[in-house]
Design a protein around this ligand. Structure first.
Ligand SMILES: [Fe+2]
Ligand SMILES: [Fe+2]
Length: 424
C-alpha cells in the first residue's frame, strides 16, 4: 500500500507549502474574515510607523502639532492651530512684536467626529504687514515654546515660496520637508494629499507632529486632495485640523504682488465651485494683481500611465484659466514631476524651453512628488510636455518686485530638474 506509506510525506509537504506560500497564495475561507479590532489596528500601525518626535507625546497638557496659516487678510492676520490630549480650559495664544509677548487671543475648540485629541485654533488679527510675531499657545503652566511667524507684505516685495503635493509621513516625505526647511520660504503650498491618513486619525497626528518645526513658523496653505475626503466623514478632518480663509476648501490669499487662488478640484468642479473660480479670477484681474497663480490637486494635462489627461476637468476648467490668463497652474495628484509649455485651446503656444512672457497662456505644473510613492508615465509624453521626470521634487518659486517670475523644480539630492522664467 505505497499510497499509505507516502501519506506522512504528503502531509509534511502540504504543511511546508502552506508555511511558505500561505502569505501570498489566497486560501479558501469558509467563514468571513474577522473584522480587525480598531485598537489592534492602531497598535499595529503605531508599531510599524512609530512617532516621529516621540518626546512630544510625554506632555499631555502641553500643545503639540502647532502650525500657522495666513488668515484673512494675509497682511494682518495669522491663524494658529494646535492639539492637546485633553481639554484645557482657558487655552489661548499669547503674542506680540517681541519675545515679551503681551497680547492675548482666546482659542476656540474645534470639534469633529473621530478626533484623536482636542484641537484649538485662534486668530491673531490686526497685526502689521510684513512683521514677525512672537507667540506661544496653551495655558499658564502648559505653554508651547515661543515661535515666530511673519505676516504677508502689503507692498511689492521679493519673496520665495515652495510647493509640492502628495506628501505623507513615510520616507522620503521627511527629506522633502527638510529641503523646504532649508529653503526657508515665506510660505509653503501643499497641493493636496497631505497625510494619507485615509480615515486613520493617528496618521494626521504624525504628519502635523513632523511638520511642527516648519509649520509653527512658516505658514502652510493647502489645496484639498482626494485623500482628504475620508470614508464616512468626508473633508471633516481637513477642515477641522487646518484653518484657512473663506470656507477653507476654496479661498484666495495675497502675498506681495501675487494672488493665489486655491480651488477644490476633487469633486470635478461642479457649477458652484466653477462659478466661484471664475469670480475669483475676474476679481484678481479687476484688482490688477501682478501675478495670478491657481493651486489645485487634480492636474488637467497629466501623462501618467492609466490616468493621462483629466478630460472632464479640461472641459470645465481650461477655458476659464485661459480667459483670465492665469500665469501658473500648480497641481499634484499624479506622483511625478511634469510641466507644460504655455497652453491655449489644448495647444502649446510656445515650444521655447525656459523663457516665456506673461499674459500669453497658462503654464501647468504637476509637482506630485512630495513624498508618496511614485507613479509610472505613459510611454510617450504629450505634445504639451515641456519636461517630465519620475522623481520626488519640490517647487521653489522666486517672485521679484520687478523682473521675471522664476520657477525651479528641485530633486531630493538638490539638483535642478526644471527651470523656467516668465517675464513681466
Ligand atoms: Fe490625489
Ligand atoms: Fe496622491
Amino acid at each position: 500500500m505505497p499510497h499509505l506509506r507516502s501519506l506522512p510525506l504528503i502531509l509534511i509537504a502540504a504543511v511546508l507549502s502552506h508555511a511558505v506560500w500561505g502569505q501570498v497564495a489566497p486560501v479558501a475561507e469558509s467563514r468571513p474574515a474577522p473584522v480587525p479590532n480598531p485598537a489592534d489596528l492602531r497598535a499595529a500601525m503605531e508599531l510599524n510607523y512609530p512617532d516621529i518626535r516621540p518626546e512630544t507625546r510625554q506632555r499631555p497638557d502641553t500643545p503639540w502639532q502647532v502650525r500657522v496659516a495666513f488668515g484673512s487678510p494675509s497682511t494682518t492676520s495669522l491663524m494658529v492651530t494646535w492639539q492637546v490630549q485633553r481639554e484645557v480650559a482657558g487655552s489661548l495664544v499669547e503674542y506680540g512684536p517681541s519675545p515679551t509677548l503681551g497680547l492675548k487671543a482666546p482659542a476656540k475648540r474645534v470639534v469633529y467626529k473621530s478626533q484623536t485629541g482636542v484641537t484649538y485654533e485662534a486668530a491673531l488679527d490686526q497685526l502689521l504687514p510684513a512683521t514677525a510675531i512672537f507667540y506661544r499657545v496653551g495655558t499658564p503652566g502648559a505653554w508651547s515654546e515661543t515661535f515666530t511667524a511673519t505676516t504677508a507684505p502689503k507692498s511689492n516685495e521679493p519673496f520665495v515660496f515652495t510647493a509640492f503635493g502628495d506628501h505623507g509621513v513615510l520616507d522620503p516625505a521627511p527629506q522633502n520637508l527638510a529641503a523646504i526647511t532649508r529653503d526657508n520660504p515665506a510660505f509653503h503650498v501643499l497641493l493636496g494629499d497631505v497625510s494619507y491618513a485615509n480615515g486613520f486619525q493617528p496618521f494626521w497626528d504624525k504628519w502635523f507632529d513632523m511638520m511642527e518645526p516648519f509649520a509653527s513658523r512658516i505658514p502652510v496653505m493647502a489645496a484639498i486632495g482626494n485623500h482628504e475626503y475620508e470614508k464616512d466623514i468626508g473633508p471633516m478632518t481637513y477642515v477641522g485640523r487646518f484653518s484657512f480663509p473663506e470656507d477653507e476648501l476654496q479661498y484666495t490669499f495675497d502675498y506681495g504682488n501675487v494672488r493665489f487662488v486655491v480651488v477644490n478640484t476633487v469633486l470635478g468642479l461642479p457649477a458652484p465651485q466653477l462659478a466661484w473660480l471664475e469670480a475669483a479670477l475676474a476679481k484678481a484681474r479687476a484688482d490688477q494683481v501682478g501675478w495670478l497663480i491657481v493651486c489645485q490637486h487634480f492636474p488637467l494635462f497629466g501623462t501618467t500611465a492609466g490616468r493621462g489627461f483629466n478630460r472632464p476637468l479640461i472641459v470645465r476648467e481650461a477655458a476659464v484659466l485661459e480667459k483670465y490668463r492665469v500665469d501658473l497652474v500648480l497641481a499634484g495628484h499624479d506622483h511625478v514631476y511634469e510641466r507644460s509649455f504655455p497652453i491655449l485651446g489644448g495647444k502649446p503656444v510656445s515650444q521655447e524651453r525656459e523663457r516665456y512672457r506673461k499674459g500669453v497662456a497658462p503654464i501647468h505644473v504637476i509637482a506630485g512628488g512630495g513624498g508618496a510613492g511614485l507613479y509610472k508615465f505613459a510611454p510617450r509624453p504629450s505634445s504639451l510636455n515641456a519636461i517630465r521626470e519620475l522623481t520626488h521634487a519640490r517647487l521653489r518659486v522666486t517672485v521679484r518686485a520687478e523682473g521675471p517670475l522664476e520657477v525651479e523644480a528641485i530633486r531630493l539630492d538638490g539638483s535642478t530638474l526644471d527651470h523656467f522664467e516668465i517675464a513681466p
